[in-house]
Design a protein around this ligand. Sequence first.
Ligand code: ATP
Ligand code: MG
Length: 394
Amino acid sequence: MGLRAEDVFRPGAFPEYTYISRKSAISDLPYEFRLMQAIKVSGFLTSLVGPSKMGKTILCEKVIGFEHIVEISGADFDEDTDFWKLVSAKAGLAYEGQFASEKQIPSTSDKYTKKETFSLTKDKIIEYYKENDLVLVIDDFHYAPEGKRMQIAQQLKDAIRRGFKAIVVSLPHRADEAIRQNADLSGRLSLINMEPWEVDDLKEIAKLGFGKLNISIEDSIAAQIAVESLSSPQLMQYICLNICTMLEMSGKEKRQVCQEILETAYHYTTANFEYGDVVSLMQKGPSTRGKSRNTFRTVNGEEHDIYELIVKSIAENPPIMKLKFEDVKERIYRLLADDSKKPSPQMLRESLAKLKELLYGREDIFKVLDWKEGSLYILDPLFLFYLRWGGAHQ
Ligand SMILES: Nc1ncnc2c1ncn2[C@@H]1O[C@H](COP(=O)(O)OP(=O)(O)OP(=O)(O)O)[C@@H](O)[C@H]1O
Ligand SMILES: [Mg+2]
């Protein structure tokens, strides 16, 4: 039997058939090599940092291999978690336990069973990791409580000196102080920064995968999907999988990805994402305490306030993850009717700052953008994709 689409395109798991190795633009070396090189330096902690959904976890799994990787998430920690207890449990070692031993009562022939307790020492755990060639990956380190991160860094610092191997994975700017800016660790860190994916690398996922499924796809179509994937291999995998499902359900004989199905495939793909609340919070903006906001008239004759316009402008073509202030302004002005009032640059700057504040006061899923140094950064590619193709979009 041939391969199934869900085995080939795997947006949520290790993509065995569509794994693409790419080079870091800065060092011109493949990421796999960089990570392997870093792991081999004894006494150093590896810090892997990169934007959301770029393949950080998959890279660790690829390089270390499933037999040798021990994965912990920052979310596994709360304030009271015992670091070594967790590290041993995840490696399948019992940290504390009881065993029964038979003892003889002195000068009699009677025996009794004594229950003894034990707990592993940190040294034993480190030894176990070394003997079995295990590498600890602390993934999504930014999810560990802030106060806990320093303690973890402290434990790691001591352990890596004794040959324990560990990688800390996090989003940019979110866990810096505990690892990258920790003076105790300076000179003992291997830093790897993962950059966003280029269109050419993303295209390879589609070409490789559809090739394995005997479905033909033109280069220009693969390129369009790659652009919509917003530098995320995960989105690329999602869209390709949905295209396969659509092709299967259409029952057509000819197995080819054609232009006509792309937009529908994008739209269907957004059904997997839950950003409805984020979008409506952004459109509403901060509370006005009952006062209504000024609105502006668009070329389509609709009335929108500044926050609704910001959301619309982000979703415009071309899809871009970093917009300069001027770009946002231009996009908004382009949306408005010629004779409509225009929001002033100052009003726009203030609204962007307030929007960021509003989102940062909420749970992690709301942290989809950042506004700093005169640029608007979209932090989550899935969010921008949702904005472009989700909701009532047809
Ligand atoms: N090298 C690759 N080749 C092909 N597809 C990949 C590659 N790396 C990642 N992917 C795809 O992207 C998905 C997400 O990757 P991964 O979970 O590693 O991202 P991440 O950066 O760890 O994301 P998060 O920030 O959510 O932790 C994978 O399940 C896979 O489908
Ligand atoms: Mg990850």
